[in-house]
Design a protein around this ligand. Structure first.
Ligand code: ADP
Length: 165
């Protein structure tokens, strides 16, 4: 059984994230989506909200589960005997950052390998921070997120969140 861990902020989940999950779910036996709970980093949605949105969104794929991770990813993986991190890349900037991160994870976790999956063309511009930016202007971001996320973002005061950033 090969389980790939897909860690991220998912603040909020986007169609780009779901595309990576959908495609990787037919490559690996199991996908564990890990919602990062980072007390130093401000987020629009609480980790519990991001977890429940993700749990709802991954229902179509029977081999995908979601958990919250509040600690160091490498430690979490070691404790569960997991080796594969899955990350999505949109372009060269993402790749440069992700490659560096993968070296850090390997230094911390020993046998940890990161697998990169390139974005699908239609989600190239899809990014959680852009969703928040557009929402703060009252602009249309529905093309970047599933309806459940659109409704959740619409209920939140995004401008106040960005101002306090
Ligand atoms: P963000 O979505 O703001 O980049 P996350 O930490 O939530 O940040 O992303 C989790 C993972 O999903 C990262 O590996 C990121 O590169 C990837 N990802 C995010 N959006 C896309 C997308 N549109 N296409 C491919 N991968 C993506």
């Amino acid at each position: 059984m090969v389980t790939a861990v897909f860690p991220g902020s998912f603040d909020p989940p986007t169609l780009g994230h779901l595309n990576i999950i959908e495609r990787s779910s037919s490559i690996f036996d199991e996908i564990l989506v890990l919602v990062a709970e980072n007390r130093q980093k401000k987020s629009l949605f609480s980790a519990e909200n991001r977890l429940s949105m993700m749990q709802e969104l991954v229902k179509p794929w029977k081999n995908v589960t979601v958990e919250i991770c509040g600690g160091l990813l490498a430690e979490f993986m070691k404790s569960r005997g997991l080796r594969i991190i899955l990350r999505g890349v949109r372009g060269m900037d993402d790749f440069a950052y992700e490659l560096e991160l993968s070296l850090v994870q390997r230094a911390l976790g020993g046998k940890i390998e990161t697998v990169f999956l390139g974005t699908s063309a239609e989600y190239f511009a899809c990014r959680s921070s852009t969703v928040k930016e557009l929402a703060s202007f009252g602009a249309d971001f529905s093309w970047m997120v599933p309806p459940l996320v659109k409704e959740a973002v619409d209920k939140i005061e995004v401008l106040g969140y960005l101002k306090n950033d």
